[in-house]
Each structure stands twice: as C-alpha cells, then as structure tokens.
Write a protein that binds this ligand. Sequence first.
Ligand code: HEM
Length: 123
Amino acid sequence: MSDKSLYQRLGGYDGIKGFCDDLLPRVQADPLLGRFWQNRGDDGIAREKQLLVDYLCANAGGPVYYTGRDMLLSHKGMKISEADWSNFLGHAGATMAALKVPQQECDDVVAFVLSLKNDIVEA
Ligand code: HEM
C-alpha cells in the first residue's frame, strides 16, 4: 500500500479530469441512463461535470474545495434504480480499463463509489 493519496495515485487533477472526460459520454450515451441528461442545457451539463471533478478530487485527498451539494440531496427524487447503478458501475469500470488505471486504484475508486450507493440509489 502506497502512502500517497488516492488523488496523487490517480494522476492528480488532470488524471481525475481525464477520468470524467471519458466516463460522462459513456454514461450519457447509455440507453438506460441517457434519460437523466435529456433536455438539459450544455452549460448545466458542463457545470455538473466540473462539480464531479471537484467532488472526486476533494474526496481522493486533493487540494480542492468542493462547492456542490451532497450526494443525497443532489440525487434525491431522480429515482435512480439498481439497474441504473449497475450500468453506471459498468461504465466506470470500462473507463478505468480504457485509461489503464492500475488494479489497486481501481479497487479504491470502486470502494469509494460503492460507499455512496445508499445516498444515490432510491428506486
Ligand atoms: C446511476 C448513477 C448516477 C446518475 C444517474 C447521476 C445523475 C446525476 C444528475 C442528472 C445530476 C445533475 C443534478 C442537477 O443538475 O440537479 C448529478 C449531479 C451530481 N452527481 Fe450524479 N449521478 C449518478 C452517480 C453519481 C456518483 C457515483 C457520483 C460521485 C462519484 C456523482 C456525483 C455527482 C455530483 C458531484 C453532482 C453535482 C451535485 C450538485 O449539483 O451540487 N453522481 N448526478
């Protein structure tokens, strides 16, 4: 186990931004998940992406202050289902494979994302 933060091990801000650059188009093109981004403006989507980058950086131990809402509040009422969640995880795995993220870092990212499940999945 390295004593570097997960933020450092993922390649810092640029590494995490690259992860989001790869992941979001996959999620938005997914036949099941695409509905969450339908009819939303480009700038709203760009803002949400920046918040995701900031959220991941801050939670991975980076020098970033997250100004967005918490996961429960920001996803409440969207009716994100088990099937949605499972597709999301599949895309996160595909992104990490495409970016050749090492196994330990993949495991750490998945563990962090799974820790959010109860706040995000509600239907
Ligand atoms: C199936 C899974 C997910 C779906 C469908 C989903 C969908 C969304 C949507 C549509 C928004 C925009 C909300 C708005 O503009 O009001 C949002 C916001 C956000 N999501 Fe997710 N999300 C999922 C999982 C996650 C996960 C796992 C994370 C963290 C790793 C995350 C982090 C965020 C953040 C940081 C925001 C911005 C919060 C804010 O606006 O203050 N989401 N999500």
